[in-house]
Write a protein that binds this ligand. Structure first.
Ligand code: NAP
Length: 249
């Protein structure tokens, strides 16, 4: 009943929202979890406490994933704890929404840095140990918007579409080493990220969802758990859409 026993999982952006539920779910299923955060130390410690409360093992670790040097330091810290992730969940993400004409260079650069480069930096650091072990699970959290596009999110959709393409290339390249790379593409999920949206935008999104409601962070975490577990070992290079039917391929 603990399919991830003996596994070490790094979840980026796990202080809040989807990442926090992923961290709890992986820990509940036996993995030791590194709870990464950028600025929300107290919230990350709360996630660690939640995990301790259910008998799991976790610790919080600060790093801004959009910074290559910061990610190197993060992995050095993990290594000093003899914590070599064989499950990597690249979840950290930000939005800086605006119509394309109004998006500044910084709005583009910061979103690409965290959402895309962050996953690339973490993958690069995690890979050598996964290769050594001949086993690994990399799960990248993309977005429905990376497939459908969305007005006001050219920067975000570019970062998420590229993340999916990156995942597929990694799946092809790493397969021979027993490393599976997949993406989970959430739709409209209730977290701080979507709470910030204007009410009319939220209502418009809800109307476009056949299942008639927003998803929960836990429902996204369920898909990640499945991909992290041995029962999905023959799955790589795929994307699971957790979106209530909002966008169909
Ligand atoms: P959220 O509630 O805003 O939480 C974002 C998380 O990312 C926080 O833990 C935050 O840490 C962390 N983070 C932000 N910048 C970071 C950085 N530079 N380095 C490390 N961590 C950083 O977002 P969410 O809704 O849970 O989204 C999680 C992922 O799902 C994102 O990749 C997002 O794009 C994707 N997604 C979400 C939705 C949705 O509807 N919510 C839909 C599709 C895809 P701090 O608290 O320390 O800042």
């Amino acid at each position: 009943m603990t399919p991830l026993a003996g596994r070490c999982a790094l979840v980026t952006g796990a202080s809040r929202g989807i990442g926090a539920e992923i961290a709890v779910s992986l820990a509940q299923n036996g993995a030791a979890v590194a709870v990464n955060y950028s600025g929300s130390r107290v919230k990350a410690e709360e996630v660690v406490s939640r995990i301790a409360h259910i008998g799991g093992s976790a610790f919080a670790v600060q790093a801004s994933v959009g910074d290559a040097k910061g990610v190197q330091t993060l992995f050095a810290e993990l290594s000093s704890r003899s914590f070599e992730p064989d499950i990597l969940v690249n979840n950290a993400g930000i939005t800086k929404d605006n119509l394309f004409m109004r998006l500044s260079d910084e709005d583009f650069e910061s979103v690409i840095a965290v959402n895309l480069k962050g996953a690339i930096f973490c993958t690069k650091q995690a890979l050598p140990n996964m290769i050594k072990r001949g086993y690994g699970k990399i799960i990248n959290i993309s977005s429905v918007v990376g497939y459908s596009g969305n007005a006001g999110q050219a920067n975000y959709s570019a970062s998420k579409g590229a993340l999916s393409a990156f995942s597929r290339s990694c799946a092809v390249e790493f397969g021979a080493f027993g490393i599976r790379v997949n993406t989970v593409a959430p739709g409209f999920i209730e977290t701080d990220m979507t709470a910030a949206l204007p009410e009319d935008v939220k209502l418009g999104m809800l109307k476009s969802i056949p299942l008639g409601r927003a998803g929960s962070a836990e429902e996204v975490a369920n898909a990640v758990l499945w991909l992290a577990s041995p029962i999905s070992d023959y799955i790589t290079g795929q994307s699971i859409h957790v979106n209530g039917g909002m966008y169909l391929q």
